[in-house]
Each structure stands twice: as structure tokens, then as C-alpha cells.
Design a protein around this ligand. Sequence first.
Ligand code: FAD
Length: 305
Amino acid sequence: MLRSAILAAARSSKIERLVGTAPLSRSVVRRYVAGETTADALAAARALAADGLLSTLDYLGEDTLDMAQAEFTRDEYLRLLQALKEEGLAETTEVSVKLSALGQDIDPEAAYRHASEICESAAKAETTVTVDMEDHTRTDSTLEILGRLRANFPDTGAVLQSYLRRTEDDCKDLSKEGSRVRLCKGAYKEPESVAYQGKLDVDRSYVRCINALMAGEGYPMLATHDPRLVEIGIDRAKWFDRDKDSFEFQMLYGIRPEEQLRLAAEGYRVRCYVPYGDQWYGYLMRRLAERPANVSFFARSLVSR
Ligand code: FAD
């Protein structure tokens, strides 16, 4: 119930304005967001690399209906990738992009072109791009664009969400040699017709998807903070006789950081998803929805100075 209300608020520009103008405690945003500038993102990637962690950088923004904004987002990724190359960070750091921030809702063809330019720049920098997955109304369009990107840049990563009923089949389709697939539970409010509603069903689906990805020939990226699913991931990797470098775990910046370090110390590849930029509202609300215990902390910060 609370999760649904917070996710509904995540799409409300009225509430966004309210939150944006409130004396929001900086520490709440900073818990989940690395900072506002390219330099902040690079500093976070550098610090994570020093701790033995990989990272994927996300320039925050989504749902744009303004082509100039979409082009600005593309340009920020091009600058970021150039900087990753120049600063020697490309070996440990890739980027994650949302097609809706690149103009998918205005002109999917333009979003494809922008994503393609970002993939080209990533290839020059010798790193990779993962295309984030958004709500179910965009799944087909996103997978279609991803397929076209992969024709030229085969290491472009996909994201699949275990809460969608279709995802086990998508995992089987995508778990081909060379294919990188991030598996997450899914962060949006979705109807019962397309998505499992209960935690148990979503978790069971996640396990079936781990099996499909680990059994396949691709590179699974298990994006979860759920301790049981992490253990099952480790178990299934052993069952399918996979080396530790043939898959990775992924977690979000600021969430279970000790667990990220523990897994890395045990020799697993661990990638931290690092968001940055000033368009943090939708991202922050989805993180709050995942953990309603955070809401009272957040609400207090809205009124504190
Ligand atoms: P949960 O059952 O939600 O959480 C398990 C445990 O993790 C909790 O008990 C708690 O201890 C901890 N935890 C989880 N969330 C929080 C939090 N916000 N604050 C504090 N503790 C927390 N979703 C998409 O829809 N599309 C994407 O492209 C996408 N990319 C992602 C990339 C990465 C690297 C990760 C890690 C997640 C991504 N997600 C994406 C979000 C994902 O779908 C889930 O919403 C999110 O990861 C929470 O699910 P969980 O697997 O951690 O399990």
C-alpha cells in the first residue's frame, strides 16, 4: 500500500515540485546519489575502484519530453566516457542509460541514435553500456532498441525485471554467448496483468531467472541486495560450474556497502550502480518505496533545516 503510494508520488510533478523546494536534508539525497557533477561521479568511481569494486555510472534523468534535454543527456554521457578514458577509469567503470532520458517517448528512433552514439563512445573508451529497464509499457521498445544496438555493439547490457511474468522467457532468449544481462526485481508500480504482485512470487521468479541465465552462455549480472538471492546466486554458479569471473553481483550506491565489500573480498566481481546529477527525484522515490522504513527518516528531513 505504502509502496504503491510512494511510487505514484514518483510520477507526480506536483509532489516533485514540493519535495524539490522543501529544505531537504542533503544527507538523504547524498545517501543514494553520488553528487551533481561529472567530477562527483568520477570521484565515486575512483573511490570504489580503490576498494576493489566495479561501477556503472548513471546520469540521472528520465521521462523527458524535450528533445533538447535528451541531447543534453547524450552529451553528458559522451563527456563522461571521454573522462573515464582520460582518467584511466574505463577498466573498472561502465555507464547505465535510460532510453526515456534519451527521447524514447518523443521519438524512439532519436533515442536509438543517441544510445548508439553513447555505445560508440564507450567502445572507443574500451568500456560498456547497460540499458536500464523502465516500466512495462517500454519493455518491448527497449528490447527492440537493445537488439539493434547489439548488432553493432554486442556487449551492450540488457536489464530484465523478475516481477514481470514474461521475464523468464526473456532470460532464455537473451542468455546467448557474449550477452550481458542484469537481473533485478523491478522498481516500478505495475499492474497484475503483467507483473507478480507478491514478494514471494517475485523472488521465486528471480530464482527461475537466475537458473536460466546461469545455465546459458551469457554473462549474468545479479542486481539485488537480497541476502537469500545472493546466496542462491553463489550456489547456482557452483552448480553450473561457472568461474567467479563469469558473472557479477550488482548493488546500488549507498545500499548494503559492507556486503558489497564482503563479496568483493571473497573474490566475486561486484559492481556498484552510481547515480549522479540533479534530476534525483524519481530515483530517490523508488529507493524509498523499496524500504518504507526510510520514509519517516525522509519525512523528518523535509521539515528539518
Ligand atoms: P528487496 O527485497 O527490495 O530488498 C532486499 C534487502 O535489501 C532489504 O531487506 C534491505 O535490507 C535492502 N534494501 C533494498 N532496497 C533498499 C533501500 N532502498 N534502502 C535500504 N536498504 C534496501 N530496477 C528497474 O526496474 N530497472 C533497472 O534498470 C534497475 N537497475 C538496477 C541496477 C542495480 C545495480 C540494482 C541493484 C537495482 C536496480 N533496479 C532496477 C532496482 C531493483 O529492481 C529493485 O527495485 C531494488 O534493487 C530492490 O530490490 P532487491 O533485489 O534489493 O530486494
